[in-house]
Write a protein that binds this ligand. Structure first.
Ligand code: PGA
Length: 260
């Protein structure tokens, strides 16, 4: 069985400015310079990608530059959008698809998320496909059904040879930015089912290799317990990624969790 290397992403969302984002990037990079037991990515807002990218280039760091979204087409008349090729050109390595704020605030349907995931992977980038249920869906006992539907649509056209660049982030919508974290047991239960669905879609070898992050109010204080679960391979961190010390502590919790 493959060992899955822990992976932690810092999703800055629509926060920071050029000065504070640069400061945050430098603090995270410097603190993690000599640590290599976990993969780490940071996702600044689009206008700061070049600035943060140049900070990453100037320092010895394995931290990946990430983007929070991208459009489905390589170029053309799509005002306001950016393509995977443009992101690659800006030295981006990894892109989120279907973050819950894009699905539920902006209104992106499952099919569009699938087209984005495919465009990201076809563009040679890593994709973190985000899935997760709303509170109403959880209370109706529909968590696994919603995850299965979002996973199937998200991966509809993703072929097996691209899977080494795919990560799934399970982020229950009710836990994002609310301070409410899924219990480690609940998150593990949902993520084990997600892995089962990946095995059904591809095969068990693929399912065992794909990393599944948990996201939703992960903090330095609860990270270790979440990452100790067998199907939680790291985290996608929003609020706590805006404080370098907190984010670094979360990365260290992931890096020091014994892997199976
Ligand atoms: P949060 O956000 O850590 O602030 O809950 C997580 C995310 O949206 O990726």
């Amino acid at each position: 069985m493959p060992t899955r290397r822990p992976y932690v992403g810092g999703n800055w969302k629509m926060n920071t400015d050029r000065t504070s984002g640069s400061r945050l990037a430098r603090a995270v990079i410097d603190a993690l310079a000599r640590e290599s037991a976990a993969d780490v990515a940071i996702f600044p807002p689009f206008p700061y990608l070049i600035t943060v990218g140049s900070i990453l280039r100037d320092r010895p760091s394995a931290i990946r530059l990430g983007a929070q979204d991208c459009w489905t087409k390589p170029d053309g008349a799509f005002t306001g959008e950016v393509s995977a090729a443009m992101l690659r050109d800006c030295e981006v390595k990894v892109v989120l698809a279907g973050h819950s704020e894009r699905r539920h605030v902006i209104g992106e349907p499952d099919e569009l998320v699938g087209q984005k995931a495919q465009a990201i992977l076809d563009g040679g980038l890593e994709c973190i496909l985000c899935i997760g249920e709303t509170l109403k869906e959880r209370e109706a006992g529909r968590t696994d059904e919603v995850n299965r539907r979002q996973l199937r649509a998200g991966l509809a056209d993703v072929s097996r040879e691209h899977l080494h660049r795919l990560t799934i982030a399970y982020e229950p919508v009710w836990a994002i930015g609310t301070g409410k974290t899924a219990t480690p047991g609940d998150a593990q239960d949902a993520q084990a089912k997600v892995r089962g669905e990946l095995a059904a879609l591809y095969d068990s070898e693929a399912a065992e290799s794909i990393r599944i992050m948990y996201g939703g109010s992960v903090k330095a204080s609860n990270a270790a317990e979440l990452f100790a679960q067998p199907d939680i391979d790291g985290g996608l961190i929003g609020g706590a990624s805006l404080q370098a010390d907190d984010f670094v502590a979360i990365v260290r919790a992931a890096a020091s969790t014994p892997r199976r």
